[in-house]
Design a protein around this ligand. Structure first.
Ligand code: DUC
Ligand code: ZN
Ligand code: ZN
Length: 471
């Protein structure tokens, strides 16, 4: 009997805590040994000399095939979205299952299971977006879903048809506290935002940059503070998603310094883009419309500070791909589409980790272990997937990305695997790229060539977040 099916030999193994030169022995879907000179004459040997052997990325904030309003469809389904994730060094994604108004939460998750079935290249789980917090959704469905492994829920404080008011958020937090659910919040103020949109559009400012002008930092800062206050009021942990700038970051740091269990995430778009991108020629600015909007150099700096100081535990893509061509994506009314009608979101599932590596590790802002923590380990821990996912350890799933730390790549849309028709990072030069990826022991990308198949990815039932309230 062979001891190992695969040995990754001679690489530098990096986890969130250690960097060690050793071999990785894999049997079936699991890592079964870490050590020097592992041998097995029958094993598949992957030569990783001179390369970094890291846990596959876990991208815990992505939108795939999510319902996006009448006539609008996302550019990626579970096939292309997860393929693109895999080619960017990821082995797990957590997209959202959106509850439509009037729909039960259970029906929402069933819909997304159907969308993913047989299509996923890598493992996936679901967060549930609650848009209709009926007494039965909060009282009966939520506890049953938590028991079934759907342990995290997202709330919007803005968007017509999606946002919850403060009382509804309070009720959700109360239920989450009782049942150990973990709550993620999109913090932008519904009323401040509506006021600004009406004002700008009344003045004829309908072009893409109006999106950023309608959502100044105070809109996010106010909602962030309010969300934190509600979490403190009910005494429950909370995670603020896609934090864009200095002002909301400082609210979160303030809350953490007061000992509140407030967690936060930022994303590549807040490190690399600014409001000026929304001013690009004609409707080109619409490519960069996401919420909250990209801000300014000081906010980019603040997001780096947040990553360095541990204010942000999670670095996600918030991949939310819409085509620029045609009228089913960003521009539903063509070139006349007002900013408030442009589909919100940017693609980025494949570029998330290379950007963090190149801009973070290579430029000396974070170290390799922080890179692994921010890109994989902390996600797995936060959302109840650790230690099966997010680390390289005996007993963990053999989800591994082997990186060439010196590989130089110019990011262009045609090298990426998403079905989106643009990347906001066109022309960006990065150093460091994943070359080989294993998903549960299977080599799904080898020296840049795709060797996996759609349908290999599995649904992951999750444990409760270790941060969630214990009731
Ligand atoms: N919120 C997200 O989380 N993603 C894209 C758009 C949005 O508003
Ligand atoms: Zn959001
Ligand atoms: Zn999102």
């Amino acid at each position: 009997m062979t001891q190992f099916d695969t040995i990754i030999r001679g690489g530098t193994v990096v986890t969130a805590s250690d960097t060690i030169l050793c071999d990785v022995g894999i049997k079936g879907e699991k890592i079964i040994a870490l050590g020097e000179n592992l041998t097995d004459d029958n094993a598949n040997i992957i030569n990783a000399e001179g390369l970094l052997v890291m846990p596959g990325g876990v991208d815990s904030h992505v939108h795939i095939d999510q319902a996006s309003g009448p006539g609008v469809v996302m550019a990626d389904d579970f096939d292309t979205g997860t393929l693109s994730a895999m080619c960017g060094g990821n082995t797990t994604v957590i997209p959202f299952a959106l509850q439509e108004k009037g729909q039960t939460l259970r029906h929402a998750v069933e819909d997304y299971h159907k969308k993913a079935e047989g299509k996923s290249w890598i493992d996936h789980s679901f967060h549930i977006i609650i848009s209709d917090p009926t007494p039965s959704a909060l009282g009966q469905e939520l506890p049953a879903l938590v028991e079934d492994g759907y342990t995290s829920f997202k709330v919007y404080m803005t968007y017509e048809g999606l946002h919850l008011n403060d009382r509804e958020i309070i009720d959700l937090l109360e239920s989450s506290k009782r049942h150990g659910a973990f709550i993620m919040v999109h913090a932008e103020g519904y009323d401040t935002l509506r006021y600004m949109i009406e004002k700008l559009e009344g003045e004829g400012r309908t072009e893409p940059v109006g999106h950023a002008l309608s959502r100044p930092q105070v809109v996010e800062r106010e909602a962030t503070h309010r969300a934190i206050s509600l979490a403190e009021f009910i005494d429950v942990p909370m995670l603020l998603v896609h934090v864009s700038g200095r002002e909301p970051m400082e609210q979160i740091r303030w809350a953490q310094q007061r000992g509140l269990k407030i967690f936060a995430e930022t994303c590549p778009q807040y490190l690399l883009l600014t409001k000026d991108d929304l001013m690009k020629d004609g409707m080109d600015g619409a490519k960069y419309i996401c919420s909250p909007p990209p801000r300014d150099p000081d906010s980019q700096e603040a997001c780096w500070e947040g990553l360095q100081q541990g204010v942000f535990k999670i670095f996600s893509s918030d991949h939310c791909p819409f085509l620029m061509e045609g009228t089913s994506g960003k521009l539903r009314e063509g070139n006349k589409t007002k900013f408030s009608r442009v589909a919100n979101g940017v693609p980025g599932i494949e570029t998330r980790l290379p950007i963090l590596f190149s801009e973070g590790v290579k430029k000396g802002r974070i170290d390799l272990n922080e890179f692994v923590a921010l890109g994989a380990t902390n996600h797995a821990k936060m959302y109840g997937l650790y230690p099966e996912k997010g680390t390289i350890a005996v007993g963990s799933d053999a989800d591994i990305a082997i990186w060439d730390a010196d590989k130089k790549v110019t990011v262009t849309q045609d090298i990426l695997h998403s079905s989106c028709d643009y990347t906001p990072y066109e022309g960006l030069e990065v150093t460091g790229w994943p070359v080989t990826v294993l998903s549960r022991g299977k080599v799904v990308m080898e020296n840049g060539e795709v060797t996996g198949k759609s349908g290999h990815g599995r649904y992951l039932k999750r444990k409760k977040s270790p941060h969630a309230a214990t009731g």
